[in-house]
Design a protein around this ligand. Structure first.
Ligand code: ADP
Length: 299
């Protein structure tokens, strides 16, 4: 049984259509990413899944139940947005308080350790840095030992090291069998962590695939760069069906195309006793796929 099923979800705020038509299914044990530019409708989607908002139309089930079902509270951990805790509460008090909400809570000391918060246990919420608040909000999402963790922009505001530590933690959580629903606008995060990604733009799913699948779907173009051991005429390569474009930069050559481009180019050169020196092959990245799908750079 899928862990989360979303079918034709729609939600508007007054005149603003936040979610127009979103459908996807999250399988058990997956890290499922929702990737899209700011304002695409990502948060609204996960808030509906978390039972925090009521959809205008469409159908959502979480572990086979409607999102508002009270029994889901212990099974779904939702990361809080910044500023939702009282300023005077210390890290330890927040962890101890939140663990009382759940029947089978995690060991808060261990969780604080995993998230690098051990030194901050007596610090009040208002005195934490942005990154520390972020890590506390992740700890609070996980303290109930949920079966599903919903994490919204979890590494925004973290420095690169803390971001990497958080990725490591998410992988560990999945290793314990927790299904993770991850909202992000960071391409690298989606690429590294997610098994599958739904790309959302203007309230609609514009693509849904594995990171590698998304790249393949949107671009099969490859680029090869090299320096030939001896000069040759463009036609040697431009007549190959795999080659779309050849450009010269001094003694360097750049060839773009598709299919088995590398093999075709190297073979044609070899037939003419030419060696491709300093050969590099570049393939499209998830960044390229994202720009093609949404028409926008990562924001
Ligand atoms: P994302 O998480 O992808 O940035 P959101 O779901 O937060 O997108 O927002 C989608 C759209 O809905 C945006 O245009 C946003 O301004 C609007 N929106 C979000 N929350 C509210 C709200 N509470 N009231 C009015 N408009 C909102």
């Amino acid at each position: 049984m899928p862990v989360v099923e979303v079918e034709k979800l729609a939600k508007r705020y007054g005149d603003t259509v936040a979610v127009r038509d979103v459908s996807f299914t999250v399988e058990p044990g997956e890290i499922f990413g929702i990737l899209g530019p700011n304002g695409a409708g990502k948060t609204t989607t996960v808030e509906c899944i978390g039972g925090l908002r009521t959809p205008d139309s469409g159908r959502i089930t979480v572990l086979g139940r409607p999102p508002a079902d009270r029994s889901l509270r212990a099974e779904v951990g939702v990361q809080l947005q910044e500023g939702e805790l009282p300023d005077r509460l210390t890290v330890r008090e927040a962890l101890e308080l939140y663990r009382t909400f759940y029947p089978d809570p995690a060991d808060w000391r261990q969780l604080a350790g995993d998230l690098g918060l051990t030194e901050k246990l007596t610090t009040r919420y208002a005195k934490l840095s942005g990154g520390q608040k972020q890590r506390l909000s992740i700890a609070l999402a996980l303290i109930g030992n949920p079966r599903i963790a919903v994490l919204d922009e979890l590494t925004t505001g973290l420095d690169p090291q803390a971001r990497r530590d958080t990725w490591e933690l998410i992988s560990q959580i999945r290793g314990r069998g927790v299904t993770v629903l991850l909202v992000t606008h960071f391409m690298e995060e989606a690429e590294r962590l997610c098994d599958r990604i739904a790309v959302i733009d203007r309230g609609e799913v514009v693509a849904l695939d594995t990171p590698a699948g998304l790249v393949q779907q949107t671009s099969d173009e490859q680029t090869i760069r090299f320096r030939p051991s001896v000069p040759f005429a463009d036609a040697l390569l431009t007549t190959l069906p795999e080659v779309r474009r050849l450009t010269r930069h001094g003694d360097r050559i750049e060839v773009s195309g598709n299919g088995n481009l590398l093999h075709a180019v190297v073979s044609a050169l070899a037939l003419n006793q030419i060696v491709a020196v300093e050969l590099r092959l570049e393939q499209a990245t998830l960044d390229d796929a994202f720009v093609r799908l949404t028409g926008r750079e990562e924001s």
